[in-house]
Design a protein around this ligand. Structure first.
Ligand code: KG4
Ligand code: ZN
Length: 383
C-alpha cells in the first residue's frame, strides 16, 4: 500500500487540533489547543468565542504539528479537515484554512466526518500497536459531548461505511455530565470532574429512572423494521432528576457556596473539589455516573448481540471515563466480545483521528471539491 503523510485539522468544537499521521497508522505529531479556560466562566461552549479562539490558534497549532513531525508543507501528501458535525462557525475556520493551504500547495484536500474520526482513533492506535487483525462486524459507540451514536462499521476494499443503529433522542451522554456538573457548581467540562469525584461517593445512594424511552422517535418510524431493532438513548431525564433532587433536598445554598469557592481557585485540584463537596453531593455524583454508565453499557451490549458484532469500539470524550471503561471491559469480556478504546488523549477531540480517517479516502482518491462547506449536522455515510 502506498504511504502518505497527511496533515489533519480539527476545529469542530472547543479544541483546535492539527496532527501529521503516516498512512493511518503512525502518529508523527498531535497538537491540541484546548479552549477550556475561555469557556469555563460560562459553564459551556460559547460558539462565537470558539470561532474566535480557533482563528487565533490555527496558524501556530498547524506550524507546531509540522515542526513536531519533522515535516514541511512540501513533504505532505494531502490535507484533511473536519467538515462536520459541529459548530458551523468553528468548522469554517479549519475548513477555510485547510482550503487555502491545499490551494496554495497544490495538494489534495480530504473532508472528514468528525464521528468517523472518532472511530478511526481506535483503528489508528491498534495499527500503531501492530494489531492489524480485526473481526467484522464492528459495532462502534461514539459517546461525546455532542453525540451518543451506535454504528455498525464495515470495510469494503479500502473504503469504510457505517449504518446507524441507535442515537440519543435528546441530550448526549457527555452533555448530561456537563449539565449535571454545572448544576452542582462544579464547573466545565463536567465529565473529567465527575469521573474523579465519583469513586468517593456511594453509587447506590440515589436511584434514578434513567433513560426510559416512552415514545418512538417519529423520524425513525419509516426506517425501523422488526429485523433491525434500534437502540436509542435519552439523557435529558436524568439531568432533570438531579435538579429535582437538588430542590427536594435543599442543596441550592451549598451549591452556590461551592461555585464561589471553586471559581476563586485558578486550577482546582482533586483535593479542592473534594473539600468543596459534602457526602450527599458525592453520593449524588456517584449515583448519576453509575446510572449513565450502566445504561450505555447495557444498550450497547444488547445492540452488539442483536447485530452479532465481533468487535466493539467505544470512543469519543466520554470513553475517557474510568468507570465506563471498567464496566465495558468486564461485561463485554463476559460475552467474549473484544472491546477497544482509544488512549485518553485520543478519546477527546484531536486531529490525529481526522488524518487517520482521511487515509482510506486518500487511497481511493476521494477528494473534496474546493467549494465544499461546513455541515453542522453532517450524517455518516450509510451502508
Ligand atoms: O469528543 P469530545 O472531546 O467532544 C465532542 O465531540 O463532543 O467530548 C467532550 C465530552 C464532554 O462532554 C466531556 O465532559 C466528556 O466528553 N468527557 C468525559 C470525560 N472526559 C471528557 N465524560 C466522562 N468522563 C470523562 N473522563
Ligand atoms: Zn468529538
Amino acid at each position: 500500500m502506498p504511504h502518505a503523510h497527511i496533515l489533519g485539522i480539527e476545529s469542530s468544537c472547543d479544541e483546535t487540533g492539527a496532527a501529521v499521521v503516516r498512512s493511518g497508522e503512525k502518529i508523527l505529531s498531535n497538537v491540541v489547543f484546548s479552549q477550556i479556560a475561555t469557556h469555563q466562566p460560562y459553564g459551556g461552549v460559547v460558539p462565537e468565542l470558539a470561532s474566535r479562539e480557533h482563528l487565533r490558534a490555527i496558524v501556530p497549532v498547524v506550524r507546531k504539528a509540522l515542526a513536531d513531525a519533522d515535516q514541511t508543507y512540501q513533504t505532505l501528501d494531502a490535507l484533511a479537515v473536519t467538515q462536520g458535525p459541529g459548530l458551523a462557525g468553528a468548522l469554517l475556520v479549519g475548513i477555510s484554512y485547510a482550503k487555502a493551504l491545499a490551494f496554495a500547495l497544490h495538494k489534495p484536500l480530504i473532508a472528514v466526518n468528525h464521528l468517523e474520526g472518532h472511530i478511526h482513533a481506535v483503528l489508528l492506535e491498534e495499527r500503531q500497536k501492530g494489531n492489524h487483525e480485526l473481526n467484522f462486524p464492528v459495532l462502534a459507540l461514539v459517546v461525546s459531548g455532542g453525540h451518543t451514536h451506535l454504528y455498525s462499521a464495515e470495510q469494503k476494499g479500502e473504503s469504510w461505511s457505517y449504518r446507524n443503529i441507535g442515537h440519543t433522542r435528546d441530550d448526549a451522554a457527555g452533555e448530561a455530565f456537563d449539565k449535571v456538573a454545572k448544576l452542582l457548581g462544579l464547573g466545565y467540562p463536567g465529565g473529567p470532574i465527575i469521573d474523579r469525584l465519583a469513586p468517593h461517593g456511594d453509587p447506590s445512594a440515589v436511584k434514578f429512572a434513567t433513560a426510559q424511552i416512552k415514545h418512538r422517535d417519529r423520524r425513525d418510524r419509516q426506517k425501523e423494521n422488526k429485523a433491525q431493532p434500534r437502540f436509542d438513548f435519552s439523557y435529558s431525564g436524568i439531568k432533570t432528576e438531579v435538579l429535582r433532587y437538588v430542590e427536594a433536598n435543599g442543596l441550592k445554598d451549598t451549591i452556590e457556596e461551592r461555585r464561589r469557592r471553586l471559581s476563586a481557585i485558578a486550577k482546582p485540584k482533586l483535593e479542592d473539589y473534594l473539600a468543596a463537596c459534602d457526602r450527599e453531593t458525592l453520593n449524588l455524583l456517584a449515583s448519576f455516573q453509575r446510572s449513565v454508565v450502566e445504561d450505555l453499557v447495557a444498550k450497547t451490549l444488547a445492540a452488539a448481540s442483536a447485530n452479532e458484532a465481533a468487535t466493539l469500539f467505544v470512543t469519543g470524550g466520554v470513553a475517557a471515563n474510568n468507570e465506563l471503561r471498567q464496566r465495558f471491559e468486564s461485561e463485554a469480556g463476559q460475552d467474549g466480545l473484544p472491546v477497544f478504546f482509544p488512549s485518553r488523549p485520543l478519546s477527546t477531540d484531536n486531529a490525529a483521528m481526522i488524518a487517520a480517517a482521511a487515509y482510506p479516502k486518500w487511497l481511493s482518491k476521494d477528494f473534496a471539491p474546493m467549494d465544499f462547506s461546513a455541515e453542522a449536522s453532517l450524517p455518516l455515510r450509510q451502508l
